[in-house]
Design a protein. Structure first.
Lengths: 117, 113
């Protein structure tokens, strides 16, 4: 079974530029998550989709970050304009669904490392 | 609010030593608890989980017991190997029904031969 795919793996941009990340979840997974992992910290949820609807975007800086999941499969995360503090690894994860009994395992992609100079 | 706190690293051990990585959580209700591992150059992988009090999660020789009375989920392994060198993250779902995970800051483990 193919895992969660992300691209690009690395990106270097200057502040105030725009950048986009792409994620392809595991086939059949209804739920997709984007996390931001700043160096030395644990991942922090930015946005969660259930199919193509947003479940939680409470920690997404909406003045500069946007995300979409067209047709309930692939997703893109965009930053425009980027700031120095956006330097981080952006992780995409997917799961079959959501719920607590049973809990659904989240499968993570390799991440995109963004450096803003 | 919901949070997860892990012991700071890095933790450096010799091969075959005993490992403990402390994790405590705060949450309303009774969250599910997880340990994820990130090997060098790889993505996060679920190592083990526990969904209710007194549950013990185990995998690959690692264990963690959900202790409600101490709000803890410490990770243990009796004999570590060089291949266990990685970053370990404790996480909670904060009793949420959405699957949202709240992570600790991660603990780097380095095992020397």
């Amino acid at each position: 079974e193919a895992g969660v795919a992300q691209s690009p793996r690395y990106k270097i941009i200057e502040k105030r530029q725009s950048v986009a990340f792409w994620c392809n979840p595991i086939s059949g997974h209804a739920t997709l998550y984007w996390y931001q992992q700043i160096l030395g910290q644990g991942p922090k949820l930015l946005i969660q989709f259930q199919n193509n609807g947003v479940v939680d975007d409470s920690q997404l800086p909406k003045d500069r970050f946007s995300a979409e999941r067209l047709k309930g499969v692939d997703s893109t995360l965009k930053i425009q304009p980027a700031k120095l503090e956006d330097s981080a690894v952006y992780l995409c994860a997917s799961s079959l669904g959501v719920g607590r009994q049973p809990t659904y395992e989240q499968y993570f992609g390799p991440g995109t490392r963004l450096t803003v100079t | 609010g919901n949070s997860v706190t892990q012991m700071e690293g890095p933790v450096t051990l010799s091969e075959e030593a005993f490992l403990t990585i402390n994790c405590t959580y705060t949450a309303t209700g009774y969250p599910s608890l997880f340990w994820y591992v990130q090997y060098p150059g790889e993505g996060l992988q679920l190592l083990l989980k526990a969904t209710k009090a007194d549950d013990k999660g185990s995998n690959k020789g690692f264990e963690a017991t959900y202790r409600k009375e101490t709000t803890s989920f410490h990770l243990e392994k009796g004999s570590v190997q060089v291949s266990d060198s990685a970053v370990y993250f404790c996480a909670s779902d904060g009793s949420s029904n959405t699957g949202k995970l709240i992570f600790g800051q991660g603990t780097t483990l380095q095992v020397k031969p």
